[in-house]
Design a protein around this ligand. Sequence first.
Ligand code: C5P
Length: 306
Amino acid sequence: MTLARVTARVPAKINLSLSVGPLRPDGFHELVTLYQAIALFDDVTVTLKPKDERSTVEVTGEYATSVPLDESNLAYRAAMRVLEAYEDDSAFAISIRKSIPVAAGLAGGSADAAGALLAMDTLLGGQLGKNELHLLAAELGSDVPFALIGNIALGRGRGEEITPALSRGEFHWVLGISNQGLSTPAVYKESDRLREGMIVSSPRISEKLMHALLSGEPEELGKNLSNDLAPAALSLRPGLRLVLDIAAEYAALGAIVSGSGPTIAILARDEEHSLDIAVALTASGVVNNVARALGPVAGARIIESK
Ligand code: C5P
């Protein structure tokens, strides 16, 4: 059966730890990070169109604004890369239903790229296989390979070298979301500025964090969250400290800038506690939006094909 339209659902990520090493000659930073995929999803639908038509991207949903709709869109580029791999010159339409905030440190753009890779490969017969999809993903962005596999994984290199990690249990997160995103390169640049003159050691993963995941105890996980980009994100957005203060006031198990921010991921004890924190955060007015999400969840998957 020839498919005409396929929808992939892809999760957002948070970084439970992000250890940033020195700047490499290629402009990226060597890092070790522990990713966790959380239950906040974008749906990416790819439809094949006749060759002589124009390829298009449309974005709907709460966070639709400020996403580029031309060839610079990461999902568009992902679909093109798959077509090239198949030596197919079809046109396509991509429709993204966005629930993941943009430029938020949650890898929303990477999720859309991973969704487009998987959906387009499925449309064309699903012949690329995991390795080739991973290679295409890594070329598109540091966080794209993780969006394909989800759950919990260590990321090395610039984040694209993925090793799945073991963990037990489910974690209840509350996300403090700002309407005004932060540019990832700008945050890395600010981090370099803040660390100027310091000796930057090689990135590493905390053993305590790995043990916390294996034990499945949220208290232990909360104590061991870390992010080397937090000082830079807080330097660019001092107001984020107020979110961290509210998390502390409501006895959150931990709170951390996610990736390059500005989203703050707050770890709650259980579902009820996550509701309390979400209500307090909403009432405080220090963030524009609050979401609750469980993690970990699986990576990109096909939810509909016709
Ligand atoms: O790979 P991605 O497109 O997500 O990276 C966006 C930008 O973030 C890079 O151009 C770079 O400035 C910065 N970055 C970095 N080191 C990494 C990942 C990203 O400096 N490991």
